[in-house]
Structure formats: structure tokens, C-alpha cells
Design a protein. Structure first.
Length: 672
RNA sequence: GCACCCGUAGCUCAGCUGGAUAGAGUAUCUGACUUCGAAUCAGAGGGUCGCAAGUUCGAAUCUUGCCGGGUGUACCA
């Protein structure tokens, strides 16, 4: 049995004992993992609760410690329980039979179990993340989105869910229009000239998205003084939305190239997608009309006859947030007949859930190195690849979007649920997270003029419009450079290819862990020193533990000593018990139990939509391994049984560690 | 105005549906490489858990009020 199953068995017994011996239904049984190993492996505060209920029901005052004794007698009947201590005012501290547990779990392999658990017939979950406006390079805030989304997607897969990853491309929005305005009116370029610039950048090893980053900022500055230019924005936007004209073609080139650049950036971090749905198709295939029909049929939308919304199609919307509750109608179609962003978003969300009643056409966009296709939407039926996968139709849809979009996301969730109550609000989940901001010092470090007012603030919001932000590729490259220097100093003899590979893995580990260790509600105030660190609570720390564990097994391998051979030495349970006793035994035992908690940790992270839970667990596991590593010298251990216990424990730990890291998208290097 | 988020060690943060002496990392100071790798480990100091009430055997955690900081709240996109 896994440690989670043991706990469940005990919970049931506690519940049963409460009703049989005391005639009381305790409901949900609370159990905890004590912080200190002296307090056992599982603890139940049930006696307190029971004493309270007995007093309420009969007036009789019972001592919790006495009640606990009754539980103790019942729970000790399980053979996996070594003994139970009634502690403090009435805690029930359960100690498992250590040798029995180790022998039974000696070959536990969380790695294949977690990675291959996705089943083909499970209901599909759609996870949308990244969704960077394709008009500039991605910055660190976008990376937080992608890392949270990608890790969450991996967590879901590890719990057996079937997942589709979507990266929404807003290729017809104002942000793209702004850059197009820049190209046409500031740079005076046509499509051919843009292509020429793009080719030139490529030949110089520079990227198109960086060029757009600067141009976008330039346009932002120009708008402040040039009203004519600002007027061009609406004009350009209109042309892009309409499609089938030179401006739209130009915009399409710009957006597509940025999508390619951003996808390359994310690929550096092991972040991939199944599908890129584009706004242009939502427009051209007229998703809104279909949603509009359904909303009218189902009576959730009506034409406002009077008041300030007169002439608009509105949806009744109950909200405690937003403007006055009296004005809770949400406008979906403006009085001029055009649809609002919210309207389009509701239609799109309906598509994701498979309830819109129409679909995109799809074609392959490009292939990753290993041959995996990324698909993109198209409005052109003749381009459609019929043999392709079925997209959308999510049982549940997770939208990874920052917390500033909470209100519009709430509107979409409630709107869709109003049209389709059989799906309900629970099918749409806004996986929100706080922004990554810059400390005033970090902004200055980037060469930015920080004004008087901003300097007093605790942090400054990043802004693509102002060109203020830490670009993802810059940061990754810096991490790789720093890591390479470290690898060079330790393993200068390795071939350069391998050193680069390790440096890359360390950079990915550092960045992903850095963004995952904070809970979603925490604003990350970006700090270069902290983000670039390989020491302390970092990805490198976790990777280092696994690397050291692996090197033990490499040495064992060189000696032709197999793990199975060590496992077979665990048959003498008395001797195994002895090894697992006392202070030295505690170290080993706590590593065993912690390693065995990976699966329940992944479950918990999925249940609470919080990848940080997995990150914290991984760090604690790495720390526990380091402690174990320093206290026990495995290769030179003379006691054969003890050596076997140590080897098996180290194996459990490195498997759990590797699986945990993999679930966060972090690889374990060969050497570091 | 209303809604949501945050306030825990000098700094950056964990702390699950209430549970035992509130924990990490970092910084500071002191130790540990002839060892399976020191990107590591051990130790020390560091706390009115924003404030105040309430709920109860028990509150960092739940409720209410206040204080401080942040974000959002358009027929924009």
C-alpha cells in the first residue's frame, strides 16, 4: 500500500470506531502529517472533536486522552502499524512499521507512473496559456503565465487526465495594429521591405520579435504627440479585422512571425502547444453569430429598448464586482451593431467547451524537432486537413490569464453558463495569477528612466507599450551563460556540446523553479540577483540532489552491483528494522516517507490549481536527500543490510525527485 | 463607491479544509572538502503573524470592523 492508502485506511477505522464505540458520526476525519518525526507518521486530533461532541450530546465530560486510548487499541490491530502514542492533550500519533513499508515499496517507480498515466479515453481538459499578443517579444511576465500553464498541464497529465494545450493568438487586435502602424507610417515600409528587414535580422542573428518590441515602444511614444498617427490606428485595425487587403496581409506576416519567435522562446523552456487558435478565424467564421443565435433562442440576451444601453443587445449579469449592481447588464452588441470583445470571448469559450455548434478548420503550423505537430486554425475550408486531431470539446477548460482579467473572465464564465446551464460555471476555470513586476532598481538596471513618483512605489508594472520589461530570451541567455561558466569551472574536461546542454538544463531549471515557487496570488517583484541564483531554494539545488544520487548509482553500476541485488538483501526484517531505528534511522525513514508522498502532492496541486505546492515539495525532498547524503556513506557502508536499505532509499528518492522535476518541466543533467 | 488580492524574521516568501514549541530561502556571524561532488551541510542570532474585537478546548488560518499597499470596475480592444 502507498502511504496515502495507509492514511485512508486509518481514517476509515477512526470513523468506524467513533460510531461503533461512541455512537458518533465524526464526518470528515482530519489527519495530519506531524512536523517532527518524533511525533509519528500520521496524527489524528479526532479525540478532541469527539470529546466536544459527547459533551454537546450527553453533557458528559470526557477526557480526550481516555478517548484516544480506545482508538489506539483499535488502530494498533493493523499490521502496518508498529505502535501508537497518545500524546499531549490527546493526539493520536501513529508510527508505521518501517521495515515492512520499505520492503513493500522497495521498487516503487513514480516516474513511469506519472509520465505515462494519461489515458486516451479520459475526458479531455483544455488548458489555454501563453496567449501573448503577437506584436513583440515575450517578457518575464508572459513566461510566468506559460510556466504556470505548462506545469499545470503536466500535473493534470500526471493525474491521468487527457489534456489539450492551446495558445490563443490575438492576431487582429489593437496591439498588432499598433506595430503595423509603426511599420507603415513610422518606418514607411511595405510588406516586401518588412520581409527584407526580417531576413537581414536573421542573417545578423537577431530576431524579428525584438525589432517589433522596440518599434511598438516607438509607436507608443509617437501616439502621445501625434494625433494623426493615433487616428491611423483605428483605420488599420479596421482593415486588419476586415481581412483580404494589403494591410491585413502585412499584419498577418507580422503576427505570424512574432508567433514563431515566441513559440521558439517557449520551446527553449520545454513549453509546447497542440493548437494555436486565432482571432482572425473567430471573426471570419463568424463564431459570434452562432453564439448570438443560441443566446436569443435560450432567452439570455435582449435588446435594450431604453436607458443608457438603448439599442444594445445586453445580457443580464449578476455580479458583486464591477460597476453598480443596478447597471449589471453586460453589453455584447453595441448600438452600432458591432460585437464587443466580451461577446467574442463568450463565443470562443463556447467553442472550447464544444457547445458552440460549429468549428474551425485546421492545418499544421510547424513541427517540433521530434516530429510533433503544432496545429493552427484557418478559415479556409480548402486548407483543412480532415485527418487531423479533433480539437476543443473540453470537459473542463482552464484559462491561464493574469488576475487583472478576473472580471471579464467572470463575465465569460457566467455568460456561458447562462446560455448552457447543463455545462455550468464549473466547466470554465480562470487559473489566475498575479503579475511579475519590476523593482524600481531593476527598472533602472534595464536602463530605464524611473521618474520621481515611480521610484517611491514598491514595484513598477511591466509594459510592452513602454518597452519596459525583462525579455524572456535575454534572461534565458543570461542564465545559460552564467551556468556555462559554472559548469566550465567544475567540469572543464567535458565536450563543449555536453557543457552547453547542461548549462541549458540548469537555466531552464532556474527560471521555471523561480516562477513556480511563488504561489499564484503573490506578485513577483523581479530581482535579477534572485532570479539568476543557483543556490538556496532554486531549481539547481533540486537538480544537484538528483545528480548526486545518480552518481552513486553510476558508481554502483561500474562495480556491477544491481539495485535488485540490494533489494533482495532486505528479507531479514529484524535487521532492516534495526537500521531504521534511532536517530540515524529517522533520517532514512523520513526520506522514504517523503519520497512516497509525491503522488498525493501532485493530486493536491491539481485539486488546488496550485503548482507551487509541487515546487515546495520538490525542494523539501531535495533537502531531505542532502541530509541523508551527508549522514550516510553508501558506497563504503560495511553493514550489508544497512547498505541495502541506503541504496533502496536513495533509489526511491531519486526516482521521486526526477519525476517531480519532470512534472515541472525540469530535466536532471548528467553532471553539473 | 463597489469587487478581488496582499500584509508572517532585516529582505523574499511557505504555512492545506482551525491543531502540538509559527517554518524555509537569503543576508549577517561561526564551523565542515584526503570522503558517493562544498551549486552542499551543520550551528547561532533574528517574530506584538498589520491593529482590534468575536467564534472555541484550541486561531497566522474562520467571522466582523479598522489601518496600510496593489489590481480591477467602458458600447476601449
Amino acid at each position: 500500500m502507498t502511504i496515502f492508502e495507509l492514511q485512508e485506511t486509518l481514517r476509515q477505522k477512526v470513523s468506524e470506531t467513533a460510531s461503533v464505540e461512541f455512537g458518533i458520526d465524526l464526518g470528515q476525519i482530519v489527519s495530519e502529517v506531524p512536523r517532527k518525526i518524533e511525533l509519528g507518521d500520521a496524527a489524528f486530533p479526532a479525540a478532541f472533536e469527539l470529546a466536544k461532541l459527547i459533551k454537546q450530546q450527553t453533557g458528559e465530560k470526557k477526557n480526550p486522552r481516555e478517548i484516544a486510548e480506545t482508538f489506539k487499541a483499535e488502530l494498533e490491530k493493523f499490521d502496518f502499524v508498529d505502535h501508537i502514542e497518545v500524546a499531549g492533550p490527546g493526539y493520536l500519533n501513529v508510527f508505521y512499521d518501517r521495515s515492512k513499508f520499505l520492503v513493500e515499496n522497495a521498487d516503487a517507480q513514480p516516474l513511469p507512473k506519472l509520465i505515462l498515466s494519461e489515458s486516451a479515453d479520459a475526458p479531455k481538459i483544455c488548458v489555454e496559456h501563453t496567449s501573448v499578443n503577437p506584436n513583440k517579444a515575450a517578457h518575464i511576465g508572459h513566461v510566468r503565465n506559460s510556466v504556470i500553464g505548462d506545469t499545470f498541464q503536466r500535473i493534470l497529465r500526471a493525474t491521468g487526465k487527457r489534456v489539450e494545450v492551446q495558445n490563443y493568438i490575438d492576431n487582429t487586435g489593437v496591439q498588432v495594429a499598433d506595430v503595423v502602424v509603426g511599420f507603415i507610417y513610422l518606418e514607411n515600409m511595405n510588406l516586401d521591405e518588412i520581409k527584407a528587414i526580417d531576413a537581414k535580422l536573421r542573417s545578423e542573428g537577431r530576431t524579428f520579435d525584438y525589432y517589433c518590441w522596440d518599434l511598438y515602444a516607438k509607436v507608443g511614444v509617437a501616439y502621445q504627440t501625434d494625433e494623426d498617427l493615433k487616428a491611423k490606428r483605428a483605420e488599420v485595425l479596421h482593415l486588419i479585422e476586415e481581412g483580404d487587403n494589403d494591410t491585413a496581409l502585412l499584419a498577418n506576416y507580422v503576427a505570424t512571425r512574432n508567433v514563431e519567435c515566441i513559440t521558439n522562446t517557449m520551446e527553449r523552456l520545454s513549453i509546447r502547444y497542440d493548437l494555436l487558435p486565432r482571432e482572425s478565424e473567430i471573426l471570419h467564421l463568424q463564431f459570434w453569430n452562432k453564439a448570438f443565435e443560441q443566446m436569443k433562442e435560450r432567452g439570455v440576451i435582449h435588446l435594450a429598448a431604453e436607458g443608457k444601453n438603448a439599442g444594445c443587445w445586453v445580457m443580464a449579469f449578476d455580479s458583486h464586482s464591477g460597476t453598480d449592481e443596478h447597471e449589471s447588464d453586460k453589453i455584447l452588441v453595441r448600438s452600432n451593431g458591432t460585437v464587443t470583445y466580451t461577446g467574442k470571448d463568450i463565443a470562443y469559450q463556447m467553442w472550447k467547451l464544444g457547445i458552440l455548434g460549429m468549428d474551425f478548420f485546421y492545418k499544421p503550423f510547424f513541427k517540433y524537432g521530434d516530429g510533433k505537430d503544432v496545429w493552427i486554425t484557418t478559415a479556409n475550408e480548402s486548407e483543412h486537413v480532415t485527418a487531423g486531431p479533433v480539437f476543443g470539446h473540453g470537459e473542463t477548460v482552464y484559462n491561464v490569464i493574469d488576475t487583472r482579467q478576473s472580471y471579464p473572465q467572470e463575465v465569460v464564465r457566467k455568460g456561458v453558463a447562462a446560455v448552457y446551464p447543463e455545462k455550468g460555471e464549473a466547466a470554465s476555470v480562470h487559473l489566475s495569477y498575479e503579475m511579475v513586476a519590476l523593482s524600481p532598481a531593476a527598472a533602472e538596471e534595464l536602463g530605464f528612466d524611473v521618474g520621481e513618483e515611480d521610484r517611491k512605489k514598491p514595484f513598477i508594472e511591466m509594459s510592452g507599450r513602454k518597452g519596459l520589461g525583462v525579455k524572456a530570451d535575454d534572461l534565458i541567455t543570461r542564465l545559460e551563460t552564467n551556468a556555462l561558466a559554472e559548469v566550465e569551472s567544475r567540469h572543464g574536461e567535458l565536450p563543449i556540446e555536453q557543457k552547453r546542454q547542461v548549462a541549458h538544463q540548469l537555466a531552464v531549471g532556474a527560471l521555471r523553479y523561480f516562477l513556480l515557487k511563488f504561489t499564484r496570488t503573490t506578485i513577483i517583484v523581479f530581482d535579477f540577483k534572485e532570479a539568476l541564483s543557483f543556490e538556496g531554494e532554486t531549481g539547481a539545488f533540486c537538480q544537484y540532489s538528483a545528480v548526486r544520487a545518480n552518481s552513486i548509482f553510476r558508481k554502483l553500476d561500474e562495480r556491477n552491483e544491481s539495485i535488485n541485488n540490494f533489494r533482495s538483501k532486505l528479507s531479514d526484517s529484524a535487521k532492516v528494522s534495526e537500521v531504521l531505528t534511532g536517530k540515524s534511522g529517522d533520517d532514512i525513514w523520513s526520506l522514504i516517507t517523503l519520497s512516497s508522498r509525491l503522488e498525493e502532492t501532485v493530486q493536491q496541486a491539481a485539486l488546488q490549481n496550485e503548482p507551487a505546492i509541487l515546487a515546495k515539495f520538490t525542494f523539501n525532498l531535495a533537502k531531505a536527500f542532502n541530509l541523508f547524503y551527508h549522514h550516510h556513506k553508501i558506497l563504503i557502508e560495511e553493514n550489508a543490510v544497512k547498505q541495502a536499505v541506503l541504496v533502496v532509499t536513495a533509489d526511491l528518492a531519486r526516482n521521486a525527485l526526477t519525476a517531480a522535476l519532470r512534472t515541472m518541466g525540469i530535466e536532471v543533467p548528467e553532471r553539473m
